[in-house]
Design a protein around this ligand. Structure first.
Ligand code: NAG
Ligand code: NAG
Ligand code: NAG
Ligand code: NAG
Ligand code: CU
Length: 385
């Protein structure tokens, strides 16, 4: 009986394990490279998630769902409003107490990410902890700084490959509607990631939004990483990194080719414990981070102090959202333990495990973050660009 059920579902699902479900159309390489594929996949996921919300009678009902958008699909008013709300948070008091380097409500994010890093990367909670972390920021921008606009994501692939360059990205062009520009060019500097060509900046932001922002803690290598260490924010925009690891093809492939959550999260992070992931190097997660680079952008523990972090992780979350919603019934699972690379070894994570967000927000269980329209508390979808 069990075997029959298995056979039947394998037939329904296509052929071999990992074959796309019936709902997923076939795409040509040209459609994958041009972004036609991810737009279509994003549309199917968006509609499937909204249909679930439409059935809800309490919690996340259809009228409450917030629509997240790619930066360039936001109005100029929202882009400026978002940027200013982040600057506002950088002026508000910290929630962590007694930490020398945590001077503002923005710095709280640096400290929380620093503390949580050993548990929420290359572990069972990478995708869902960062999903909720972005949601916590969205609440702070609304509740503390009055931002009522759209929450953004950054589709890296629109700014590299055949599409453009990071330097010209509306996210980083230095205009008042951007998250600021590049760092000052530093001659002879190297890329943050081995094998890539150096980026076009390397130094401090000199004009535009965030040029006056002070990074208050880190870097992670210092003797006391949470000690007050004020310095400028640096960037080193790097299109070569994006071309290799964060193109539209690189974003689409994990969504089309991952049979289960273990493989999906591995190929998104380049977790070499999985053969499919060993081939993708730093993968899209590293690709998006190092396309920005700089200080704190390249810092594994403190990159959350870089304003671009949340748009980058918005796109990671969007990939997960699309992958989940293409086969919702089968894609509400986790895989792995609660320690990075399972070091030190810990038991397999379960859906009732706690994820820590204090003192910024309430802790949640893993299960509470599984559905972006689950209403516990999440209630949003990603609009395709
Ligand atoms: C940065 O600070 C200087 C001096 O206070 C000020 O003149 C300038 O307008 C500020 N720039 C931004 C982008 O806030
Ligand atoms: C990313 O995509 C580009 C083409 O857009 C391709 O050349 C490169 O090999 C891909 N990288 C990975 C890690 O798959
Ligand atoms: C919240 O999570 C953190 C980190 O796991 C934990 O230390 C703390 O005790 C939790 N707080 C509550 C109220 O459960
Ligand atoms: C997003 O913006 C692009 C151009 O920047 C446009 O082609 C596309 O139709 C927009 N998408 C939505 C959903 O508004
Ligand atoms: Cu992180």
């Amino acid at each position: 009986m069990k075997l029959l059920v298995l056979l039947a579902s394998a037939l329904l699902a296509g052929s071999a394990a990992g074959a796309p479900t019936a709902q997923i159309p076939k795409f040509t390489q040209a459609e994958i490279d041009s972004g036609k594929a991810i737009r279509e996949l994003g549309r199917i996921a968006y509609e499937n998630a909204l249909a679930r919300a439409a059935k809800a009678t309490t919690g996340c009902t259809r009228d409450k769902v917030r629509i997240r958008k790619e930066w360039r699909n936001m109005t100029l008013t929202d882009r400026k409003g978002y940027q200013e709300a982040v600057q506002c948070l950088m002026q508000k008091p910290a929630r962590h107490k007694g930490l020398d380097g945590v001077r503002t409500a923005w710095d709280d994010y640096g400290a929380l990410h620093y503390y949580q890093t050993p548990y929420v990367h290359n572990s069972a909670t990478f995708l869902l902890w960062h999903r909720h972390y972005n949601w916590v920021l969205e609440q702070d921008l609304r509740d503390i700084c009055g931002y009522t606009g759209v929450f953004p994501y950054w589709e890296w692939g629109l700014d590299c490959g055949s599409m453009g360059t990071i330097d010209k990205s509306p996210v980083f062009d230095g205009s008042e509607y951007s998250l600021g520009g590049n760092g000052k060019y530093v001659a002879g500097h190297q890329a943050a990631i081995g094998g890539a060509r150096p980026g076009t900046g390397g130094g401090c932001l000199t004009s535009g939004p965030f040029s006056n922002f002070t990074v208050n803690m880190g870097p992670v290598g210092s003797r006391d990483p949470l000690k007050y260490n004020p310095r400028c924010i640096k960037r080193d925009l790097n299109t070569d990194v994006c071309n290799r690891w964060a193109t539209l093809r690189n974003t689409t492939d994990p969504i089309l080719n991952s049979a289960d959550i273990a493989v999906f999260q591995a190929v998104v992070q380049g977790d070499g414990r999985w053969p499919a992931a060993a081939r993708v190097g730093i993968a899209v997660h590293g690709g998006g981070h190092y396309a920005i680079s700089g200080d704190p952008g390249s810092d594994f523990y403190f990159s959350a102090l870089e304003p671009g972090f949340y748009l980058h992780h918005g796109n990671i979350d969007r990939m997960h959202f699309i992958w989940q919603n293409l086969d919702w019934e089968n894609r509400q699972t986790i895989s792995g333990t609660n320690t990075m690379y399972n070091s030190p070894p810990t038991p397999e994570a379960v859906l009732t495990d706690n994820m820590g967000f204090e003192p910024l927000n309430r802790n949640v269980t893993i299960k509470q973050t599984m559905d972006t329209v689950g209403g516990t508390p999440l209630c949003y979808v990603y609009e395709p660009w």
